[in-house]
Each structure stands twice: as C-alpha cells, then as structure tokens.
Design a protein around this ligand. Structure first.
Ligand SMILES: [Zn+2]
Length: 490
C-alpha cells in the first residue's frame, strides 16, 4: 500500500477524539514533527468488542476502492465544512461576540496528515481561521497562549518583544499516569473501569477550582483515549503567571513521586478542609473500584505494591504471609486485616490507610501542562466537552462517534419539517449533545464579558449611575471589584 493510502487508512477509522490526537508533548518539544494518530490495540474484552463494533462501521483496513463516505479526505472536508463550530470556537477564544486581541494574538498550531506541523499561526477573525483549516485539513489543532504580538508576525520582532500574555488555565489528567494502579489496561487504552478514575478526577478538581479558587467557567473535555482536559476560562485564571499556576498545581497535587517511590502520599494527620472534602469524594470508590474491579489485592504482585506503602516491615511480612496462606480470603477481608494490623502497630494508623486511599484514587495531574503559560494543548473541539461533573458518570468514552458515523448520520438524517432541514448539520449527528455543552459554556463566558463591558461603561460615564447599574449585577465579586476600582480612583 502506498504511504498516502496507509495514512488515509489509519485516519479513516480513528474516533473523533483520536482525530485530534493527544500527543501534546510532541508539540511542545522543539524539533519534534510528529503527532501520532495510530490506533492502539485494546487489551480488554469489552474494549475489543467496541473495537469490533467500530470496525463494522468502517471499511476494512485493506481496501482498494474507497467509497466517498469512507474516504478520509472526504470525511475531513465534510467535518471542517459542515460540522466544526467555528463561530462558537471564535467566541470562546475572543471571550465575547466580537473578535478581540485574545483571538487575533492567539497561537494556533496545526498538524497535518503527513506529520508536518505548523506553529505560530494566528488569524484576523473566524473566517480566516475557517479558510485556513479548510485548506490545510489538519489532523490535530493545538491552542497556545495569547502573545504580545500576533504569532504570525513573530519573526518580525525581537525575541524579547514576543511574550505570552495570557492563556486559559488548563489541566491535563492522563490515563497513563494511573498505570501503576490500574490492572485493567495500560498506556493509551481505556475501558469503563479506567474511566472511573477520570470521573473521580473531574469531581475532585472541579470542586476545588470552583469552591477553593472561585472559578466559574470550566470546560471539561474528553481528550481521547488518554484522559481529560479542563479549560478554565475565567479572566482571572487567564491572567495568571507561571508562578501562580505552579502554586495552584502545588495546592492540588497530593500524589508525588515516580515509579521508584512506593509511598506517594504523605499528608499531615489533620487534613486541610479541601483535602477532607476530596477524601469524602474519593472514599466511596475505594472498595468497588480499587478492591473489586481493579483487584489490587487479588494477586501477590499487586498486593505487594500496596504493602510497600506500609512503613513497618513486620506488618508487611505478616500480611503477605497471611494472604499467601489463605487463597480464599476476599479482597475486603484482606483490607480489613490490613487496617486492623496497621492500627495496632503504627503510631499513625489513620494516616497510612487514609494515604493509601489517596494514593489509589486522588487525581494525578500532568504538572507541566498547567504551569507553563505557553504550553500548547490539543484543541477541545470535536471532542466531548463536559461542563458538569455530575454528567461524567454517565459519559461513555467507548461510544464516541467516528468521522464515518457522523458522515452516515448526516446522510441518513430525515428532517421532520423545514426548520429541521435548514438546521445546522451538527444537530443532525451524535455530536449534538457535545456541541450543546460547549455552546452553553461559551454562552456563559460571552454573557459575563457583556456584563463586564456594561459595568465598565457605566462606571466611566457616571459614578452614581454606574453604581445603580452595578447594583443590578448579581455577582458579588464583580461588585466588590467595582467598588475597589472606585475607591482607588477617588
Ligand atoms: Zn481499563
């Protein structure tokens, strides 16, 4: 098969999330040219089932005649012409309806099917972006920071003059960081059991970002088989410098150390209220997910990983012997034995068993993605945005639409009336619920920016009139901010 055909063949049956492959690091390393879009081999039965199901929906991998609805070039064109929500995307990155500097000075990077990528693209408006995307038909789009100079003009200014000014605060939770814990899959593979780790991560981090930091504009995105991303688009978050981003990661991070570290969690006996709250979220998952589904106490190899967390060697040996001697012991019985033995022998029994729960369940963040303002992150579009953690329980990462299924849905769509017929194409496909969530997220951002603008105008025109209008605003923080500005001006 010719190279071009191989690329086409691989592109054809990737899912929508793979379509924007999650090889973020490649894009952030100088000299790297590849964003991988290869299929992973699933290693669990139900994943294989899903794979088989997917295979039935697409053409066989070896094909000689490509029908239009299975041709990847056609599918890409269709996606970019008829499904990509350019307007919403533009409003999101402008943080308003009108094109702003946040859009025009924003870096976009494109990876093409022939492994070439272009960094430092920027666009005057939504139409210019659309035109270029349709021309290049990238297999991956990354979003970078907003710079002091339009990224496309980077070469015309000195290195010093080209500075990243702001970017959404982003978080990346990567499934591969759970490889020392999960027993069901590894690497880029994901199944329903693994997804639960992501569900827990979303619940914990979302709560912290909202309750502890007061952020409101959070977009959770299924980043492909590798995990989830969170985009925090509040103005306050966008303007954070690298140090503040590091401080936030430091606050959220609990699991520390690589493969060589046995005990990755060491928290003080009295927990910070935020961690108490996180513990309440993660604790109910310990028995059903960690003990029952992942079976971390079922085999000697597995339970030894947990036993290594216990400081006292005698306790470790005693448990190991007890569990090896009695093959009929349930995981629950083993855990109960561990708890009682640790409490008898260790001074800080509570912290050991509690820290084990944290080590097995607390979210693991990819720190460098968050802490560097100019780090590129795969664009959230055409994926599966989640705006509310309550919904992540019902989200099924194994039933994501493929380009082929979307094309099929458009072709087979039967309008009930004229309105249906004229409706946007994405509404005719299984992409609709995801775009609806994205739309809601963008809408709230735009509304906030409108309110900010009205408040600023009111304040400029007349202090007293401004005050009346400001008092209409429901957001207390914004009122406080306005008063602070007024006091300062006086
Ligand atoms: Zn799994």
């Amino acid at each position: 098969m010719a190279d071009k055909e191989v690329i086409h063949d691989e592109l054809k049956d990737i899912t929508m999330d793979d379509f924007f492959s999650d090889e973020d690091d490649d894009m952030n390393q100088v000299g790297s040219t590849m964003a991988n879009v290869q299929l992973q081999t699933p290693n669990r039965d139900h994943v294989i089932d899903q794979q088989q199901q997917r295979t039935q929906l697409v053409a066989p991998r070896q094909f000689s005649v490509v029908s239009e609805d299975q041709d990847p070039v056609f599918l890409l064109r269709l996606f970019y012409q008829r499904l990509f929500p350019y307007k919403l995307y533009h409003s999101w990155l402008s943080y308003g309806i009108n094109t702003s500097k946040s859009f025009t000075h924003r870096e976009f990077s494109f990876t093409l099917a022939n492994d070439i990528y272009f960094r430092y693209n920027s666009f005057a408006d939504s139409d210019a972006l659309k035109k270029e995307i349709e021309r290049l038909q990238p297999v991956k789009i990354d979003i970078g920071a907003v710079y002091s100079v339009k990224p496309k003009d980077k070469k015309s200014v000195s290195e010093k003059a080209f500075r990243p000014l702001e970017k959404d605060l982003v978080f990346d939770i990567d499934m591969t960081d759970y490889d020392d814990i999960r027993t069901c899959c590894s690497g880029g593979n994901i199944c329903h059991d693994c997804w639960q780790f992501m569900t827990i991560a979303i619940k914990v981090i979302d709560k912290c970002l909202r309750d502890d930091f007061g952020f409101e504009h959070l977009l959770w995105v299924y980043s492909g088989r590798r995990g989830v991303h969170c985009w925090v688009s509040d103005e306050r978050a966008r303007k954070l410098n690298n140090e503040s981003r590091k401080a936030i990661v430091g606050y959220l991070e609990v699991v520390k150390g690589g493969a060589e570290v046995d005990r990755k969690v060491r928290l003080p006996s009295t927990l910070h209220p935020s961690l108490e709250r996180s513990l309440e979220i993660i604790k109910p998952y310990f028995i059903p997910l960690i003990l029952n589904r992942q079976g971390v106490l079922d085999t000697r190899d597995q339970w030894q990983k947990m036993l290594k967390i216990i400081a006292d060697e005698g306790t470790r040996r005693e448990l190991d012997e007890s569990w090896s001697d009695d093959a009929s012991l349930s995981a629950r019985a083993k855990w109960d034995e561990l708890k009682s033995l640790v409490s008898d022998t260790a001074k800080s029994f509570d912290t050991t068993t509690r820290d084990i729960i944290f080590q097995y369940l607390y979210p693991r963040l990819d720190e460098k993605v968050t802490t560097h303002i100019n780090h590129l992150l795969k664009s959230p579009f055409c994926v599966h945005p989640k705006t509310h953690p309550a919904e992540c329980d019902s989200f099924d990462p194994l039933t994501v639409p493929t380009l082929t299924t979307l094309a099929k849905e458009i072709n087979e769509y039967t309008p009930r009336n004229d309105n249906d017929r004229k409706g946007q194409d994405f509404k005719k496909t299984s992409l609709k619920p995801y775009i609806d969530i994205f739309e809601k997220f963008v809408h709230q951002l735009v509304m906030e920016s409108q309110r900010e603008k009205r408040a600023a105008t009111a304040m400029k025109s007349d202090g007293f009139g401004g005050r009346l209008k400001i008092d209409d605003l429901r957001n207390k923080d914004r009122r406080t901010k306005w008063w602070a500005t007024l006091d300062h001006s006086l």
